[in-house]
Design a protein around this ligand. Sequence first.
Ligand code: FAD
Length: 460
Amino acid sequence: MDFDVLVIGAGPGGYHAAIRAAQLGLKVACAEMDKVGGVCLNVGCIPTKALLHAGEQLAASRHAADFGLTFGETRMDISKLMGWKDGIVKKLTGGVSSLFKANKVTHLIGQASFVDANTVRVGDKTYTASSIIIATGSEPARLPGFDVDQDRVVDSTGALTITEVPERMLAIGGGVIGFEFAHVYTNLGSKVKVIEFLPNVIPGADADAVREFTKSMKKQGIEIATSTKANKLERKGNELHVEIENVQTGEKTTEVYDRVLVAVGRRPRTAGLNPEAAGVQVTDRGFITVDRQQRTNVPHIYAIGDVAGNPMLAHKAMKEGLVAAEVIAGKPAEQDAVAIPGVVYTSPELAWVGLTEAEAKEKGFQVKTGVFPLSASGRAMTLQSTDGFVKMVVEEGTDLLLGVHIVGPHASDLLGEAGLALEMAATATDIALTVHAHPTLGESVLEAAEAVHKQAIHIM
Ligand code: FAD
């Protein structure tokens, strides 16, 4: 065999798998047909966060007058903003290439396609490997009638390139991606509407947290229409005329926009991979089914990340990559999806880990909750960011933590404590007994734990 492990795809899942396998002494290659870093580094997690940060700075400069700071007229140099964002991406993807070199991972350039269960063609060469990890990721789902030209009608990749700030923008899809871009464009000065087919936005998040989150998004000027779908699009010069339908009442209206973002989900990517040649089964929806050790139906072939199923998140891909590499190296690893965080990186952020209150009840738990509003947090006040709360979902009787849901500034970072608590099977009392620094947002997590026992100090 040419390699012990051949990884297909160098996104967050693939590059984590390749590096960990090499760290464990295996001879590793990683094939990539585009840029290392995958969707996350190139057109996903990282560039969106750069734009979100820039938008938030603009918004913050507008609100600074509230505490007595006024600046001159704010000006935006869009090409500089794009260059800054692209520079971060370049630095990080360059870092992955350096990590490959440092760990002696052979980087194969080209599209990989299975020849048989141990042979993969990359470009015009074939390679054999004892174990193969499929990490081919996902791509944006399409919406019939809304042809993406990456100019006026864009998907998440096109939305990252801004040459001018559109006056009116429609985001089709009220999921994480739809809201992150809605927030960016709103802060940059667009009037944005988000439409969602389902009765609620951010599917999968706790209902109370979503209510709090949408209240804040609306307050910041984002229009939100749920139970609403986009039927068709007509281009009239530079204008995009979109027919929108309320699916409950059947009422249709035509609205005019300058840019339309299609953010209706993502689909797994196996095109050109030829998994059939290796006997790897793919579901009707294009996912590759795996067991808790990331094994496909062919025992020496593994799948990780977006192509292996939901949730389509970088940290889930990374974790699965580490598990697959460790299993191949003979370690007793497996994936246990108890605490995979979900985050919407808007301002305030919406972040959660573990079970929602509704999920916990559906699973038969007797549930009690504790909620601490950020309006009672001194630290949140000093940050001028008091929208939101920390909600803790706990099992009655055992006091075991089941889930934590946070709307607020830095919610994604606050979630680290909750994730560890869940992984360690901590109780609300464990968190309440832990001394948290003052004044911090972390104290709100402590007070939510105290609120479970009706003992929060700062709630009347
Ligand atoms: P990918 O990142 O999709 O990488 C797969 C790689 O495989 C690609 O580089 C592709 O070129 C390559 N490839 C595919 N087929 C072949 C082949 N046959 N041969 C060779 N190479 C191939 N997740 C988060 O956790 N946090 C976020 O903040 C976040 N923000 C996001 C924002 C946006 C706008 C988007 C679109 C996504 C975001 N995500 C976020 C999701 C995250 O990007 C994905 O979950 C993650 O990239 C999946 O990693 P992966 O390794 O499975 O696949």
